[in-house]
Design a binder for this molecule. Structure first.
Ligand SMILES: NC(=O)c1ccc[n+]([C@@H]2O[C@H](COP(=O)([O-])OP(=O)(O)OC[C@H]3O[C@@H](n4cnc5c(N)ncnc54)[C@H](OP(=O)(O)O)[C@@H]3O)[C@@H](O)[C@H]2O)c1
Length: 348
C-alpha cells in the first residue's frame, strides 16, 4: 500500500501535537505540512520539544493552499475554524476534524449550544460506540472521506453508558460528573489555568446543563437506546495535565444485578483492543491510561437506589482526540485499526 502524505493544521496546539506524536510512529504515513495561526514561522520544537524528530520543521500559516496536495488533513483548530477551511479543500483529500464543527446531526442542538450556523455533520469517529441495531460505529468509518472526531468527555461518557442503553439495562435519568486535566482546555493562556489557580484545587465549570459536550453525549446515547436520552452533565477541572475520569450513572431496569450489568459490558467490549472492562473490584484511574489509546471501565450496581454506576478513564489527548483521530485514519484508509496507537501507558 502507498505511504500517505498527511498534514496537520493546528500543529502548535495540544491536540495537533498529540496527533503528530502518534503519526511519527505510524508506518504508513509521511508527515507533510504542519500549520498554525499566531505561531506560524516558528520551529515546531519551540512548541513541542518532546517531538524531537520534527523539531526543525517550520510552522506554516493555516491556509487551504498549504494543506491541499496531501492525502489526509487533520484539523486541530478551535471550533468554528474547521468548517470554512474544510469547504476549501479538494474533494479527494480525507479530512479528519478534531473540532466540534461536524459532530452534531441536529442543527437545533448546534444552534442552542454553539450559537452559530450549523455546518453539517460528518461520519462520527467513535469506532467502539454501539449504535442503532446493536452494531458498532466503525461500520460507518471504512472509506469515509470526512470524519468528525468526538469530544473528549463524550468519548469517556458515551463508551461508559452506551452498552447499558443498547441492551435496555439502563432506562434513563443519566447523571455524569467528569473530571478533566487542564490540557482539555487547550494551550492558549487563560487565568484560571495558571498553576497558581489550578494546582491544589478542583473546580466545577459549565454547570447547569450548558457544557457544549452535553448534546453530543445525548446524541450518542440516543443512538444506542434508539430513543431520546437526556443527560445531566457536570464537568470539573482537576489539577493534572492530562486525563479524564467520568463517573456516569443511570436508572437501572428493575431487578438488574451487578453480574448482569458486568456481563453486558464484557459482551460489548470483549473484542475491543482499546476498551478494557477491568477485573471485578478494580476501578479506573487516569494514571493507568496516560499516553495510551485505552479506555478503562468498571461497572457495578448501586442496589439500594437502583442505579447503574460506570466509571471510565481516558487520556483526553490520546483516546480523547489525537489517538481517536489516528484510529479514524486507519479505518478510513483501510489500515489495521491499531496502527501507530499505543495500548500501554506511561507510569508513574
Ligand atoms: N485538548 C483536548 O483535550 C481536546 C480533546 C478533544 C478535542 N479537542 C479539540 O481539538 C481542537 C484543538 O484543541 P487544542 O486543545 O489543541 O487547542 P490549542 O492547544 O489551543 O491549539 C489550537 C491550535 O489552533 C491554532 N489556531 C487558533 N486559532 C486559529 C484560527 N482562527 N485559525 C486557524 N488556526 C487557529 C493555534 O495556533 P497558534 O498556536 O499559532 O495560535 C493552535 O495550533 C479544538 O477544537 C478542541 O475542542 C481538544
Amino acid at each position: 500500500m502507498q505511504v500517505l502524505s498527511v498534514a496537520v493544521a493546528g500543529a502548535s496546539g495540544y491536540a495537533g501535537g498529540e496527533i503528530l506524536r502518534l503519526l511519527i510512529g505510524h508506518p504508513e504515513v509521511t508527515i507533510g505540512a504542519v500549520t498554525a495561526a499566531s505561531s506560524a514561522g516558528d520551529p515546531l520544537g519551540r512548541h513541542h520539544p518532546h517531538l524531537a524528530p520534527l523539531a526543525d520543521r517550520v510552522l506554516q500559516p493555516t491556509t487551504a493552499e498549504t494543506l491541499a496536495g496531501h492525502d489526509v488533513v487533520f484539523l486541530a483548530l478551535p471550533h468554528g475554524a474547521s468548517a470554512a477551511l474544510a469547504r476549501q479543500l479538494p474533494d479527494d483529500v480525507t479530512v479528519i476534524d478534531c473540532g466540534a464543527d461536524f459532530r452534531l446531526v441536529d442543527p437545533a442542538a448546534w444552534q442552542e449550544f454553539y450559537g452559530s450556523e450549523h455546518a453539517g455533520s460528518w461520519a462520527y469517529g467513535m469506532p467502539e460506540l454501539v449504535i442503532e441495531g446493536g452494531v458498532k460505529q466503525r461500520t460507518q468509518l471504512a472509506g469515509a472521506t470526512h470524519i468528525a472526531v468526538p469530544g473528549c468527555y463524550p468519548t469517556a461518557s458515551s463508551l461508559a453508558l452506551a452498552p447499558a442503553f443498547a441492551t435496555g439495562l439502563a432506562t434513563g435519568d443519566v447523571v455524569i460528573v467528569a473530571a478533566s486535566g487542564t490540557s482539555g482546555a487547550g494551550k492558549s493562556l487563560k487565568p484560571h489555568l495558571l498553576a497558581a489557580e489550578a494546582m491544589g484545587s478542583m473546580s466545577p465549570y459549565g454547570v447547569g446543563g450548558v457544557h457544549r459536550h452535553t448534546p453530543e453525549i445525548e446524541q450518542n446515547l440516543s443512538r444506542a437506546a434508539e430513543h431520546t436520552i437526556a443527560v445531566s452533565f457536570t464537568p470539573t477541572l482537576a489539577p493534572m495535565p492530562r486525563g479524564i475520569l467520568a463517573t456516569c450513572s443511570a436508572q437501572l431496569a428493575h431487578g438488574t444485578t451487578a453480574e448482569q450489568a458486568r456481563a453486558a459490558y464484557l459482551n460489548a467490549y470483549d473484542d475491543e483492543t482499546f476498551v478494557q472492562v477491568l477485573p471485578e473490584g478494580v476501578w479506573p484511574t487516569t494514571a493507568a491510561v496516560l499516553g495510551s489509546n485505552n479506555v478503562q471501565l468498571q461497572v457495578t450496581v448501586d442496589e439500594r437506589v437502583g442505579r447503574l454506576i460506570v466509571v471510565a478513564a481516558i487520556d483526553n489527548l490520546t483516546k480523547g482526540t489525537g489517538g481517536g483521530a489516528v484510529q479514524c485514519l486507519n479505518l478510513a484508509r483501510g489500515f489495521d485499526e491499531h496502527l501507530g496507537l499505543p495500548t500501554t501507558g506511561v507510569a508513574p
